[in-house]
Design a binder for this molecule. Sequence first.
Ligand SMILES: C[S@@+](CC[C@H](N)C(=O)[O-])C[C@H]1O[C@@H](n2cnc3c(N)ncnc32)[C@H](O)[C@@H]1O
Length: 310
Amino acid sequence: MDAIRYHEPVMVGEVLGFLSPAGEGFYLDGTAGGGGHTRAILDACPGCRVLAVDRDPEALDECRTALAAHRDRVRFLRRRFDKAVDDPEVRTRGLEGALLDLGVSSHQLDDERRGFAFRRGVVLDMRMGGEDEGASAAEFLREAPEEDLTRAFREWGEEPRGRRLAREVVRRREDRSFDDADDLVGALAAVLGRAPTAQEKARVFQGVRIAVNREMEALELALPAIRDALNEGGVLVVIAYHSLEDRIVKHAFREWSLSCVCAPGMPVCTCRGRPLGETLTRKPVRPSDDEVSANPRARSARLRAWRRAA
Ligand SMILES: C[S@@+](CC[C@H](N)C(=O)[O-])C[C@H]1O[C@@H](n2cnc3c(N)ncnc32)[C@H](O)[C@@H]1O
């Protein structure tokens, strides 16, 4: 399978514009997926190297094949991206730039074995990293406390009736396994009093996926860790597809760009007293209309970039 069919990379020109890969730079692609962005960095800069990280072993296999021609300039690492900076080379060498292209790849969504889809009879798994990464979606729905289900549906799935849906799942799981998508769609239909639309199903499934993969936690941990691994002038680019993720990135970049983070009313500044760097995107950069019509999955992408002070 080629990288484009596996996953069409989003906003490649914009990513390269902010990262400006040059010289013998060392870059982290924390969400390598099908390798589209990694390849773009390597093609744009013949002297650069990339550490390509993904928690999904299937994605890394795909990447390894797709980027075989570049094998002397790319290293693959299966890891959650918040732990990528523990890599010895990142620790000693530092990074000229890093990219996080959040969420799931098209391949993960489309491959029914992975259990991300709400198609009839599909086994609910949703673990990006495969079976050794904790509870599957089915186990989460069967075992999680009601408040965790509420959070997944309401906060991460942005479903206003998330609390009622959580209660309905808890009621139904006494005699249903939630092994496949049908049980969750059935619970949603019962709460709505009608068949849910594709968009309503997609939101609820997204909430479950975010919970199962602890996506917000990984992002919150990764941002400061990657910031501290950047060399002077190094750039971090994040592409988010969910408003909560984008908010986490926006607030982090804003806070790092302030010169004073003392509590209001402090008579003298006792904090770092200087910005750690600057936000390069006052507003999130969105994909062009042309890109969205060629690749509808790009439509919710929001890109933000930040540069560490020199
Ligand atoms: C949107 S895709 C990235 C696509 C990639 N930029 C490309 O050009 O093909 C997101 C990828 O990030 C991986 N991923 C998501 N969260 C991760 C995390 N916390 N740590 C490591 N990989 C993660 C997923 O497994 C998936 O392969």
